[in-house]
Design a protein around this ligand. Structure first.
Ligand code: ADP
Ligand code: MG
Length: 604
């Protein structure tokens, strides 16, 4: 007596139709999913020519009943669902009973399987036809070998890419499986070379380490959150480590790795300005929920899913990531990797994060050389906007106090004493843990960006009449779009009145508006709005704040006196995300005392 049965026609027809196996990676995915559904704790994959010549997937799961072995290769025969009701509560990775039938129809398959309480069985099938059935002496589990994949479908065979590309796709599948199931020991070998090997400890971080290396995942943050519907665990590799594509974000919903544009976008929104433009994070986002909330029956290869409450989940993800990152001290440390230990590590200065406990220092270096006072540099910018963010003005605070605190109540931003300025561009500081360099332009950009963003949110509170109104000429091309963008500009406090057929006039500006080169700034805000494809106030505010912050910040090569530097650090320490500029570049880097002592050979 077996457990596999054929689905009724009506149920089979409700299953998302389409190609289940299109390339070796999809075969690997289906077979590994079967192993996991069989309760395997260990899965071994062996590949030749990226699986195109041959692949074997071996597991220690429950195995097939002898009576089921042949039935498993019939289309829509499955042990995992029985009726329509089950289709809405899927707890297994497979459910359609299609994979084995599809794979067997385009290859030569050898199945060896044994349940603990049954005789072992071996089946050999070629292009869907059973060639041989015999007994198989083996331990509990299943071994499935696929050979000559797509040999009988030359069109498909031609479509396959190079071994290298197919292997990359397989590796991607296996990596995601390993992150989704850290409790399973995975081992994959391609022509004698290990592709992936995990220890099955149940810890996602260890799976991440085996894929990306310990160095890369050092300091990975783990955040958990939940609401009435979802339990969320995020593994966030430090934002300093980035990749060129979104592909390194793994979304795991109820143990299944899926693609979902909105959820990936929520992850990126969570990182926000911590990532440089065009760079993406490495993150594993695990979500568990009632299976009723997730429809997995929408994509033939089960890559995509439909969620009933997608917007709520997006918000939970975005806020959790944002809050977690905003609580952390994310200062890249300048470290010299130990030579030879990691063969890929080069002899160069490398950045890594200080989120992990820093190694204890035996003694503290004494810095604080007296620095010559310089003359205050004349501030070229207007006062109103710069009050919150400039170096001008009253007596400076003696102690740099920090607004933000980390979860364990340490100040997020270190207490820093100014030592001096380097190349009129970097502020050199000493702190408890070492020496810090601050990029003065990036720091002011961050400060101004956060200020402008708040200001753009409440623009019409206080306006100030201009003595001489500004007039703007608009090209006839741009005239067509002016009506659309006028509300955007009004949102940031700039009211443009029609003034002749192709010109506009501005009579007042918000009181916080920087006074220097106002006309130019308004023109740039107009240009920024005209560049937009669609009208999105939030996005416009964001982009306008970044643009103005960049234009209005002190550049490199600008001498600052000590007070200006101190002021800048105080303002920086009070921002929400002091460690990167709005473009995601670092604002501050650290040489730990320990690293310095190593460089001076005071410690080994
Ligand atoms: P599905 O996974 O959708 O049920 P498949 O064609 O992948 O469909 O597999 C058909 C059936 O074969 C499964 O329902 C399961 O009962 C059985 N099976 C497949 N692979 C294994 C395995 N590795 N161990 C035990 N049983 C398996
Ligand atoms: Mg399956």
């Amino acid at each position: 007596m077996g457990i596999i049965r054929e689905l009724s026609d009506s149920l089979a027809n409700r299953i998302a139709a389409g190609e289940v196996v299109e390339r070796p990676a999809s075969v690997v995915k289906e077979l590994v999913e079967n192993a996991l559904d069989a309760g395997a704790t260990q899965v071994d994959v062996e590949l030749e020519e990226a699986g195109m010549k041959r692949m074997t997937i071996r597991d220690n799961g429950h195995g097939f009943y002898p009576d089921d072995a042949e039935l498993a290769f019939v289309r829509h025969a499955t042990s995992k669902i029985k009726d329509e009701h089950d289709l809405f509560r899927i707890k297994t990775l497979g459910f359609r009973g299609e994979a084995l039938a599809s794979i067997a129809s385009v290859s030569k398959v050898t199945l060896k399987t044994k349940r603990a309480d049954q005789e072992g069985v071996q089946l050999i099938l070629e292009y869907g036809k059973l060639l041989e059935r015999s007994a198989s002496a083996m331990n509990r589990g299943t071994e499935l070998t696929v050979e000559h994949l797509f040999f009988n479908t030359p069109a498909r065979l031609k479509y396959l890419k190079t071994t290298h590309t197919e292997l990359a796709a397989i590796t991607d599948v296996l990596n995601r499986m390993a992150f989704a199931h850290p409790e399973v020991k995975f081992r994959a070998i391609h022509e004698g070379k290990v592709l992936i090997q995990t220890n099955g400890s149940g810890d996602v971080r260890q799976a991440l380490a085996s894929v990306y290396g310990h160095q890369t995942i050092q300091g990975t943050l783990v955040a958990t959150a939940s609401n009435a519907d979802y339990q969320l665990t995020c593994h966030l590799v430090k934002p300093e480590v980035t990749r060129a594509s979104k592909n390194y974000i793994t979304l795991i919903l109820n143990g299944r790795s899926v693609k979902n544009f909105a959820l990936s976008q929520a992850v990126l929104n969570g990182y926000h300005t911590l990532l440089p433009i065009g760079r993406f994070p490495i993150a594993v986002i695990e979500v568990t929920m009632d299976p009723l909330l997730i429809d997995v029956n929408v994509h033939p290869a089960k890559r995509e899913v439909r969620l009933s409450k997608e917007a709520e989940l997006c918000q939970l993800i975005q806020e959790t990531i944002r809050m977690t990152l905003s609580r952390e001290t994310l200062i890249p440390q300048v470290t010299k990797p130990k030579p030879k230990k990691d063969p890929s590590a080069q002899e160069r200065l490398d950045f890594s994060y200080s989120v992990d406990p820093v190694e204890e220092t035996s003694s503290r270096a004494v810095w604080n050389y007296p620095i010559p006072k310089r003359e205050a540099v004349h501030e070229t910018e207007g006062r109103q906007a710069d009050q919150a963010v400039s170096f001008e003005g009253e007596q400076q605070e003696e102690v740099v106090e920090n607004a933000g605190r980390t979860e364990d109540n340490r100040p997020k931003f270190p207490h820093l004493d100014v030592i001096g300025q380097l190349h009129s561009s970097y502020i050199v500081c000493s702190g408890e843990d070492g020496m810090y360099l601050i990029d003065q332009h990036a720091a002011q950009e961050r400060i101004k960006y956060e200020t402008y963003k708040v200001m753009f949110g409440r623009p019409l509170e206080q306006q100030q009449q201009l003595l001489l109104p500004y007039t703007f000429e608009v090209s006839s091309d741009d005239m067509k779009r002016m009506e659309e963008i006028l509300p955007l500009l009004l949102e940031v406090g700039i009211e443009l009145e029609a003034f002749g057929p192709q010109s506009f006039i501005v009579r007042e500006v918000p009181t916080w508006f920087p006074s220097h080169r106002q006309e130019e700034t308004i023109q740039e805000l107009m240009d920024e709005a005209l560049m937009k494809q669609k009208v999105d106030i939030e996005q416009y505010r964001e982009d306008a704040a970044i643009m103005m912050a960049c234009k209005k910040s002190i550049k490199a090569n600008h001498p600052l006196n000590e007070e200006m530097m101190r002021r800048l650090i105080v303002d920086l320490s009070q921002t929400e995300m002091p460690f990167t500029c709005p473009h995601g570049r670092p604002v501050i880097i650290e040489w730990t005392t320990y690293e310095l002592e190593k460089l001076f050979k005071r410690v080994m």
